[in-house]
Design a protein around this ligand. Structure first.
Ligand code: NAD
Length: 353
């Protein structure tokens, strides 16, 4: 048996595939990824020579390719990570987000519907379409609001979150209209190994190590809930294994922190783990013009997945962020490799670094 993973060369997808195949008894993985700037085959290097992993370079918008993969590999599930995922990029160029996140999800759903419709008996009953989504679909919270529950209305504010909200609605509709056995998870901000250094935490680590400014948007008081990526992966596995069909599950770490406090935590860890460097890293913090429409606060109520499926995060923020900083210190070659010309151009355009 196999599962089809989309976007498995990206940050969360590659962590998921590595964790999944760490179990010798696990089903094989067909990994479909378009290798955009965010896709990195080096993330999957530990799987070289593992016959259970089949990498396919291709686009989720390519219906013929997906039909062919489904017919050839007969997966028991599709776990759908592939997306354009960076809010800043969605502000500058929303088109790619509509194409991949909306059209791509639609294409995948249609292919899954045709494939599932042709399955029989146990294979049909066992099939799952797991859609990986974000808490950003719920919009922004005021300081006094309770955290996002699965029942919160959708109020996306950025092109990225609007495109993910659209994809969530498509997934829901394919269940209600066609009976496709779907599951959706909405997770808070992830951090951990293999995170592309355009996102807050890895950007701060790599900039600090290079002695560059640490750009913090606005007043830095934007609050996010942070979850170690391996805990997100274990949450997806729990929902895939035992989630109720057609349901959505929030995944979060009960860990709300302001961006500026995240940056100061990273600086403090670097001061401790790299004491030879000149001066405290916090001296590099530089406030920059806020992102347009920047949501002030996200927070996740994860009680449903905890209650129904017994899932809990294994890491606290303190343990997870320490592992993360240490991983970047231990993997300078990975960092150097992803900082290609196109990455540098983007950072320069964004932050003038
Ligand atoms: P990422 O940008 O690191 O990786 C996305 C992957 O998708 C890349 O490997 C890219 O090459 C691939 N991809 C993009 N367009 C494609 C296409 N048309 N066809 C096939 N592959 C394509 O993203 P991530 O941070 O790993 O996020 C993965 C998923 O999790 C996304 O759906 C995102 O919305 C969701 N999510 C992310 C977070 C977070 O904090 N990063 C939190 C909650 C949910």
């Amino acid at each position: 048996m196999t599962i089809l993973v989309t976007g498995g060369a990206g940050f969360i997808g590659s962590n998921f595939v590595l964790d999944w195949l760490a179990d010798p008894a696990a089903e094989g993985v067909v990994n479909l990824d378009a290798l955009t700037y965010a896709g990195n085959r080096a993330n999957l290097a530990p799987l070289a020579g593992d016959a259970r992993h089949v990498f396919v370079h291709g686009d989720i918008c390519d219906r013929a390719l997906i039909d062919q993969l489904l017919a050839t590999h007969q997966p028991r599930a599709i776990v759908h990570f592939a997306a354009e995922s960076h809010v800043d990029r969605s502000i500058h160029g929303p088109g790619a987000f509509m194409k991949t996140n909306v059209d791509g999800t639609f294409t995948l759903l249609e292919a899954a519907r045709a494939y599932w419709g042709g399955l029989q008996g146990e294979a049909k009953a066992a099939f799952r379409f797991h859609h990986v989504s974000t808490d950003e679909v719920y919009g922004s919270l005021k300081p006094s609001d309770p955290p996002f529950a699965e029942t919160n209305p959708y109020e996306p504010n950025s092109p990225y979150s609007a495109s993910k909200a659209a994809s969530d609605h498509l997934v829901r509709a394919w269940h209600h209209t066609y009976g496709l056995p779907v599951l959706t998870t909405n997770c808070s901000n992830n951090y951990g190994p293999l995170h592309f250094p355009e996102k807050l935490i890895p950007l701060m680590i790599v900039n600090a190590l290079a002695g560059k400014p640490l750009p913090v948007y606005g007043d830095g008081q934007q609050i996010r809930d942070w979850l170690y990526v391996k805990d997100h992966c274990s949450g997806i596995r729990a929902v895939l294994a035992a989630g109720r069909l057609g349901e959505t599950y929030n995944i979060g770490g009960w860990n709300e922190m302001a961006n500026i406090d995240i940056v100061k935590t990273v600086c403090g860890l670097l001061d401790e783990l790299r004491p030879d460097a000149a001066g405290p890293y916090a001296r590099l913090i530089t406030y920059v013009t806020d992102r347009p429409g920047h949501d002030r606060r996200y927070a996740i109520d994860a009680r449903k997945i905890e209650r129904e499926l017994g899932w809990r995060p294994a890491e606290t923020f303190a343990t997870g962020i320490r592992k993360t900083v240490q991983w970047y210190l231990d993997n300078p070659q990975w960092v150097a490799d992803v900082q290609s010309g196109s990455y540098r151009d983007w950072v320069n355009q964004q932050y003038g670094a």
